[in-house]
Write a protein that binds this ligand. Structure first.
Ligand code: UD1
Ligand code: CA
Length: 452
């Protein structure tokens, strides 16, 4: 049985924010949500989040099945924080203690740590740092861990110890139930230190087994916005490297942001400053130009997305051509070979095979068949001020430039619409639709003259 306790009661004064620290984001997701995701990956039987500062806000934002919240009304130290959940802990369970502001911890690291826990041992995650300043130091005798000493309580000699406490530990519930009530706050900070249980373990004949993370980033906490930015880059670099290993060309991995999940085929190329949000899937040989933003979108093989395009909740089949400066809003579905050019906005629009909307248009609540050509400046007038209506355009329709299609309206297969038309009536197959007044040329026209 595995119970996970996530400490998230701290204020995070140095973030200088009205928002509780653990709700600040990394890759678009609250710090603590990253920790919760890892907890789910660990297949925890229970996840208990200790909240304090901004408790209501934190609980509201994180509430989900399988997550319990325990309030620590006063922050009297990490030991005191774990004491709050003590009544809810199972004696038989392994308790894993995590920090809501240490977002990059890896599941593999936690699995190795939890494996150290038994009735006669506990696990402690430590790391050696070049500069251990501020951290609790790991005190060893004959190689065995005997205590953790906090920076403020340490002797000069102890301050030289490079091995530090990451804060992450795993221990049997029965041991916590025995040790936590015995904590005192008789120390430099007047706090109940969770770290004091290490000396208690030693005194009870429970051995403290240490494990180490693969990298320092995993155990770095966020206290201010500089550290937040630093961790964001570490995270993005990892994702970027993983994608490059999978065969993607990133023109600059330092200018790449994935705030969700990105799945890729082979030989994709992503230019600089692209942002991927939610669930994005790229097929093979997809090229994405600079400054694009893709959210919850699927892109088919051989599709090109040119610079400065924004795509959301859209599905593109193979060989589409998008942008530059295109905006595909939710519900845009493009069949093979469709083209959406510059300054074109689509929304809830089905664009048939090989159909083109090349310039300066709005196509919303519309269904276009195959081989349609939509001229520059075409607008589907889908909104009457109260309700939305649909425009339907059959195969092979030619829409002349600067046409307004006043929905609901339907153009049958092969219709040709004269430029500048305001279309309000349905057409039949292969008709020419002209919906504008005929041009009049008046000879001998006299321009007005300036009055003196
Ligand atoms: C703690 C450890 C230290 C370790 C360091 C790693 C103790 C006594 N010290 O120190 O050995 O090197 O973490 O970063 O444990 N929190 C609560 N309630 C409280 C106090 C803290 O929920 O009453 C939460 C904070 O929100 C934070 C975490 O616990 O997420 C750590 O607290 P913090 O005050 O930062 O501990 P440190 O002094 O850094
Ligand atoms: Ca800290």
């Amino acid at each position: 049985m595995l119970d996970i306790v996530i400490l998230a009661a701290g204020k995070g004064t140095r973030m200088r924010s009205s928002k509780p620290k653990v709700l600040h984001t990394l890759a678009g997701k609250p710090f603590v949500s990253h920790v919760i995701d890892r907890s789910h990956e660990m297949k925890a039987d229970a996840i208990k989040v200790v909240i304090g500062h901004g408790a209501e806000q934190v609980e509201q934002q994180l509430a989900a099945p399988g997550i319990e919240f325990v309030e620590q009304t006063e922050q009297l130290g990490t030991g005191h924080a774990v004491q709050q959940v003590l009544p809810l802990l199972h004696a038989q369970a392994t308790i894993l203690i995590l920090y809501g502001d240490v977002p990059l911890i890896k599941t593999k690291t936690l699995e190795e740590l939890v494996a150290k826990v038994s009735d006669s041992s506990m696990g402690l995650l430590t790391i050696e740092l070049e500069d251990p300043m501020g951290y609790g130091r790991i005190v060893r005798e004959n190689g065995e861990v005997v205590a953790i000493v906090e920076q403020k309580d340490a002797t000069d000699e102890q301050l030289n110890i490079a091995e530090i406490n990451t804060g992450v530990m795993a221990v049997k519930g029965q041991h916590l139930l025995e040790w936590l009530p015995a904590l005192s706050n008789d120390n430099a900070q007047g706090e109940y230190y969770l770290t004091d249980i290490i000396a208690m373990a030693r005194n009870s004949g429970i051995s403290v087994q240490t494990t180490q993370p693969e990298s320092e980033g995993e155990v770095m906490g966020v206290n201010n916005r500089m550290q937040q930015a630093e961790l964001e880059r570490i995270y993005q670099r990892e994702i970027a490297e993983q994608l490059m290993v999978e065969g993607v060309t990133l023109l600059d991995p330092a200018r790449f942001d994935c705030r969700g999940s990105l799945t890729v085929g082979s030989d994709c190329v992503v230019d600089v400053n692209c942002v991927f949000e939610g669930k994005v899937t790229l097929g093979n040989n997809v090229h994405i130009g600079p400054n694009c933003m893709l959210k919850d979108t699927t892109v088919g093989d051989n599709t090109q997305i040119h610079a400065n395009s924004v795509l959301e909740d859209s599905e593109l089949e193979a060989s589409c051509n998008i942008g530059p400066y295109a905006r595909l809003r939710p519900g845009s579905k493009l069949a093979e070979g469709a083209k959406i050019g510059n300054f074109v906005e689509t929304k809830k629009a089905v664009i048939g095979k090989g159909s083109k909307v090349n310039h300066l248009s709005y196509v919303g609540d519309a269904e276009l068949g195959e081989g349609v050509n939509v001229g520059a400046g075409t607008i589907t007038c889908n909104y009457d001020g109260v309700n939305k209506h649909k425009t339907s355009i059959g195969d092979g329709v030619f829409v002349g430039s600067n046409t307004a299609l006043v929905a609901p309206v339907s153009m049958a297969k092969g219709t040709t619409i004269a430029a500048g038309s305001i279309v309000t009536r349905n057409s039949k197959e292969n008709e020419l639709v002209v919906a504008r007044s005929r041009q009049q040329n008046l000879p001998g026209w006299k321009r007005p003259t300036k009055k003196s």
